[in-house]
Design a protein around this ligand. Structure first.
Ligand code: ES4
Ligand code: ZN
Length: 324
């Protein structure tokens, strides 16, 4: 099965590009930019990646990305991941990125966008890897800041496929961002949101009702509400489930306890993603292999999950036909 999974052309709908920053590149960029890291060595960084919850991870995630300063840094970050993913058989990635996390550090939006867009163009031209762009907003920051950033991004709206909502979920309900998502809809942008990762099932319903999202990132806690499950099933809303992320952040204790089989049994449109591969123990292939080992899934099931992702991927119909 591992060999089949390696060769399967895989599509990933939920990936934070800043979460693909491997310690090796982090150290290189720290040196290049004269930045001091809180870790003495690469292995010390890796050893620190033990989390109690989402906030524990986010603290190190925002710390790690401090090495990203120049356009070249963002290009290197994305290209490094694209090459690794392609070598694992990934053919399409919908990539979240967090402009506010960089603006806060006085890294301008044009630096972030120029680097990421150059990597995307190069991947599409020379790696046979297509890339969707999801500008994500930090739900633990003020809603009016998010709106300002979306307006500031006007020169880049044409390059965006969607906006997303990420960072600390608890006590930051979807309704806080009603105006942001309404504006994105007005601009013709698709909307997606993290919901039901650490937050309650209610947040999933609220993301659908108030933010009019097309996808739910994570969504695993939908199982706490039969009403929410029914809605997700009826509308066949895609869930971008990240198994190793959920284990790392203790959403579940171990992969064998993960609700993935239950989500499938409920008839939900499930997909598998890696979320933050540098922090959670591996990329899309590793997530697939771990599921094969934990759940004994067959090739047909993996093909179904991957087809779900292809149907939903932010790409044109020509590329979708190639992927199917
Ligand atoms: C994230 Cl796993 C996860 N959850 C919420 N926000 C995030 N940003 C990066 N990774
Ligand atoms: Zn995520």
């Amino acid at each position: 099965m591992h060999d089949f999974l390696r060769k399967l052309p895989k599509v990933e709908l939920h990936l934070h590009i800043e979460g693909s920053l491997e310690p090796e590149l982090m150290f290189q960029l720290a040196k290049r930019n004269n930045i001091e890291l809180p870790y003495a060595t690469i292995s010390e960084a890796k050893a620190a990646y033990q989390f109690d919850d989402l906030q524990g991870f986010l603290n190190l995630y925002y710390l790690g990305m401090n090495v990203l300063r120049t356009e070249q840094d963002f290009y290197d970050l994305a290209m490094d991941y694209f090459k690794r993913a392609r070598a694992e058989g990934v053919v399409h990635i919908d990539m979240h990125f967090d402009p506010q996390a960089h603006l806060q550090r006085d890294v301008p939006l044009n630096v972030v966008m120029a680097g990421l867009l150059r990597a995307k163009q190069e991947a599409e031209a020379s790696l046979d890897l297509s890339v969707g762009m999801i500008m994500a907003f930090l739900r633990d920051r003020p809603a009016d800041e998010a709106l300002q950033v979306l307006e500031q991004a006007a020169p880049y709206w044409q390059y965006l496929d969607a906006i997303g909502l990420d960072s600390a979920e608890r006590n930051n309900p979807p309704r806080k961002f009603q105006a942001l998502f309404a504006r994105a809809k007005e601009l013709g942008l698709v909307r997606v949101a993290h919901a039901g990762e650490e937050g309650p099932a209610d947040y999933i319903a609220e993301a659908l009702d108030v933010l009019d999202v097309q996808r739910i990132d994570h969504g695993v806690r939908c199982l706490e509400s039969s009403d929410v499950v029914q809605r997700l099933r009826e509308q066949q809303v895609v869930l971008t489930v990240c198994p190793l992320s959920n284990v790392s952040l203790k959403v579940v204790e171990q992969l064998r306890d993960h609700p993935l089989p239950k989500l499938l049994a409920e008839g939900l449109k499930v997909t598998i993603s890696s979320d933050d591969p540098a922090y959670f123990g591996g990329g899309l292939l590793t997530n697939h292999m771990a599921c094969a080992d934990a759940f004994g899934w067959d090739a047909d099931l993996f093909c179904t999950l991957n087809r779900n992702a292809i149907e939903e991927a932010f790409t044109n119909e020509k590329r979708r036909a190639e992927l199917l």
